[in-house]
Design a protein around this ligand. Structure first.
Ligand SMILES: Cc1ncc(C[n+]2csc(CCOP(=O)(O)OP(=O)(O)O)c2C)c(N)n1
Ligand SMILES: [Mg+2]
Length: 805
């Protein structure tokens, strides 16, 4: 079924055209509603796990779809099924495939079953991970569940149009037609209470980007009424100060009733024109919407809406009002509408059935295979009765899943540990092959698989003139950024103080003058939407470098990094990407909020983003160069105390590349392996020198890439030689050091080579105190490192290393 509505902008429209466009809209509205009604039933009868639908929000989405053009982007939330149907990107069968969690991307194009239904997306990439032509299609960035989480990315999607319109020299073929594209957002009324909403609204007003945000206002956020959500119970009322006027830029703010079809069509036409032509952001407050079935399948709204409200919702149901309007204006008669509704009911039932058959058929076949092997094994085994029971129980499950199949077959193997039969071998092989086949359906594509996977970018060593200049570290990154911006016209950097002064450590000094205010930009203090700006621009073919001033402040952005950026490639089954580079600086400065290194928190929350901690600026520059050739998102933490240290200036700036996931041995040694990263390494290197004076020869390994971690397993090779291991880290105990130890002991299996218990040396539990002494008493000091290593050697060889204190 295709329900494409192309915008009909010609004024010379006949009444027949007009009628057929309206009837098509009504058809989509009814289809969408039927999907919601039937969808809820599927959950209540147990065929699907959870449902959240777009009923009560249909009509405004039809008006919006009329002005949504090829090249435009949506960044919305779970109520937008009608819109997706109207732009031809969601069929009935696909709607139900999403609800059932079909793992085949051809059936559930939104996420291949990875996201619950109602989380929409289109495909920006082809099956090889290459960009499709986004200008030729209608685009929806992939939804996420955290309320208002769609807002930061929306800003970047809109900003991309501004960049494409104003920055010359970028190849925009697949991404933009002179920046004419609008980024359209949707959000629920209650979700506008989130900080992300206000932060993004302000930023888009400052930036003046073509962003249109629709607020679907049904007065509720689950059970919580607007009086607990919004001052004056009206978001458009309180945002009035954003309204632009003759003297000042700002927003165009429109308020419209969600059941009033002609007014909605007019509102969206106005918004589209303003945003597309003049890049003015627009806010459309769509009020008087309803929830015919309540919030979701997990509760009923009769619990918190009184009778009067429920009666009002029935009367003002937008589909009912639309229907009445059609009748009142003689666009169709009662009989025609009744007939159409009846046909749609059947169409939706058929689509639902097709989706169910498609999702269950392969599972039935797999179950059949499992049962055959179980039964054969039961016949051959001394424990046949137990195995037969497993098989019978499996067959009796009314809606079996893969979990049931694997659970039964794996349990069966427990009964035959001492047996040895052909049937046992057959089942074992089948289970192994089944896991191998099915696991990727749930776990693949966290990162790119294409030739632009960051892991496939080869090392290029820095090269030097005969007498290379010794320069401050910050000059190495600056010169390298200069090379990057001239090599990649689509690259741009933005952050607090990143523009005019060229960042707080002058790693971008002078580059704004050279590359302009749009490519080397100052932005407001708003970390989450800085990241969102980067995500959105990266999704439209640009290569943003989003700067977070200090690592300590990345906590403001961590939620969006974790929920949106880190999951994007995975949750779209590799159909969308945002190759965003996040630049920050951290480690060892002063006090609680300028010297933290909450790396444990970071790495545990951003699987799906590479996390790199270069020890100096040459390595940092090499990582930037690698990432710009890749499609994967990454965070680079530069060492704050490295900007003023001298390094040699390479002569292949912009070209040399440091591979990801490869450790570097900084000093060879035979007694113990010391593993660390970032600023702490300098202290470890000094400690190793002092240890050598007392006869302890330590090997030092710089991890430099926490995610991915030591892909060649070089650390275990070192431990096999030294037989001792210490991980030194300035994060809290059990933070990044626990992750590192787990990798070395569990993943690399270093346990077998250890002569002493492995040790982690981390900071105190608390944030680091201020000043030199505060640092000394908060983080591992030179003496701490020396003594911890010495102590380990003392325990192993007390006569060689008598007790120190
Ligand atoms: C950050 C976050 N907090 C809580 C939730 C749970 N939750 C899901 S929807 C919702 C209410 C949203 O209401 P509103 O924005 O008005 O949208 P509506 O569902 O009414 O269309 C809540 C609290 C969530 N998804 N994300
Ligand atoms: Mg609401």
């Amino acid at each position: 079924m295709q329900m494409q509505t192309e915008p009909n902008t010609t004024n010379a429209m006949t009444f027949e055209d007009f009628r057929s466009e309206i009837m098509n809209d009504y058809k989509i509205a009814v289809t969408s509603r039927e999907c919601s009604l039937l969808g809820r039933r599927e959950v209540l009868t147990g065929k699907a796990k959870f449902g959240i639908f777009g009923d009560g929000k249909e009509v405004p989405q039809l008006a919006w779809a009329k002005v949504f053009r090829n090249g435009d982007f949506r960044s919305g939330y779970y109520r937008d099924q009608t819109f997706m149907m109207a732009i031809g990107q969601l069929t009935i069968q696909q709607f139900f495939a999403g609800l059932y969690g079909h793992t085949d991307i051809d059936h559930d194009p939104m996420s291949a079953g990875r996201q619950m239904g109602g989380h929409f997306a289109t495909h920006s990439l082809d099956e090889n991970g290459h960009w499709k032509n986004l200008v030729d299609q209608k685009n929806s960035s992939s939804d996420i569940s955290p309320t208002a989480g769609q807002m930061p990315r929306l800003l970047g999607l809109a900003q991309a149009s501004k960049i494409y319109r104003q920055v010359k020299g970028i190849d925009a073929t697949k991404f933009s037609d002179n920046g004419n594209e609008i980024a359209w957002g949707t959000i629920g009324n209650a979700s506008t209470s989130e900080g992300l909403f206000f932060e993004t609204i302000n930023a888009a007003g400052v930036l003046q980007v073509p962003m249109v945000i629709s607020i679907w206002d049904d007065e509720y956020g689950i059970s919580v009424h607007a009086r607990h959500q919004t001052t004056k119970e009206s978001i458009s009322e309180i945002l009035k100060g954003f309204q632009k006027d003759e003297t000042q830029n700002g927003y165009e703010i429109i308020k419209v009733n969600g059941w009033d079809y002609p007014s909605l069509v007019e509102a969206y036409q106005k918004a589209s024109q303003l945003a597309r032509e003049a890049h003015v952001p627009v806010l459309i407050h769509v009020v008087e919407l309803t929830q015919p079935q309540g919030h979701s399948t997990s509760g009923s709204h009769e619990r918190y809406k009184n009778e009067a409200r429920l009666a009002w919702e029935t009367e003002y149901d937008c589909n009912a009002k639309f229907r009445a309007w059609i009748l009142a204006n003689n666009i169709a008669d009662e009989e025609t509408l009744t007939e159409l509704e009846k046909n749609i009911k059947k169409e939706v039932r058929d689509g639902k059935k097709a989706a169910w058959d498609a999702v269950t058929k392969p599972i039935s076949q797999e179950l059949e295979e499992a049962v055959q092997r179980l039964d054969a094994l039961a016949d051959a085994s001394d424990n046949g009765v137990f195995i037969k029971k497993l098989s019978n129980d499996l067959k009796a499950i009314s809606e079996p899943g893969r979990k049931d199949i694997l659970s039964a077959t794996r349990k069966a193997l427990r009964y035959i540990t001492t047996e040895n039969s052909e049937q046992k071998r057959a089942l074992t092989q089948w289970v192994d092959a089944y896991i191998k086949k099915i696991q990727p359906k749930y776990s693949s594509l966290l990162f790119s698989n294409s030739e632009r996977s960051a892991l496939k970018i080869k090392e290029v060593k820095p090269t030097y003139d005969n007498n290379p200049e010794d320069v401050d570290g910050r000059v190495v990154v600056r010169e390298n950024f200069d090379a990057i911006f001239s090599k990649y016209p689509e690259a741009l950097v933005f952050g607090e103080d990143a523009g005019h002064i060229g960042d707080v450590n002058q790693g971008l000094e002078g580059l704004q003058e050279k590359y302009g205010e749009l490519r080397v930009a100052d932005v407001g203090i708003r970390e989450a939407s800085i990241i969102g700006q980067g995500i959105g621009m990266a999704m439209r073919g640009l290569r943003p470098i989003a700067e977070i001033q200090y690592l300590d402040y990345i906590l403001y952005a961590l939620q969006i990094m974790s929920d949106d950026l880190a999951t994007l490639h995975y949750r779209t089954h590799g159909m969308q990407k945002a190759p965003l580079i996040i630049r920050t600086r951290g480690h060892r400065l002063e006090g609680i909020w300028h010297s933290g290194s909450p790396m444990g928190g970071v790495i545990n929350l951003v699987r799906g983003i590479h996390v790199l901690v270069p020890r100096n600026m040459t390595v940092a520059a090499g990582f930037y160069n690698t990432l710009l050739e890749s499609d994967d998102p990454a965070l680079i933490v530069e060492c704050l105390n490295g900007y003023r240290l001298k390094e040699k200036l390479p002569n292949n700036l912009g070209e040399f590349k440091v591979p990801l996931g490869i450790v570097e041995t900084l000093k060879e040694g035979k007694d113990i392996t010391l593993v660390s990263y970032g600023s702490t390494l300098r202290m470890v290197e000094q400690a190793a020198k002092e240890l050598l004076e007392v006869g302890i020869d330590a090997e030092i390994i710089d991890i430099q890439s926490l995610l991915p971690f030591d892909l060649n397993h070089d650390i275990v090779k070192s431990v096999a030689k030294t037989n001792r291991l210490m991980v030194i880290d300035e994060d809290v105990p059990g933070g990044a050091s626990a992750f590192i130890l787990n990798e070395i002991i569990n993943t690399q299996n270093a346990f077998q080579f250890l002569d002493s218990p492995p040790k982690t040396l981390a900071a105190q539990q608390h944030r680091p105190a201020y000043g030199t002494d505060g640092d000394y008493f908060s983080k591992p000091s030179l003496e701490d490192i020396f003594e911890a290593v010495y102590e380990m050697m003392h325990e192993a060889r007390p006569t060689d290393f008598p007790k120190l204190r």
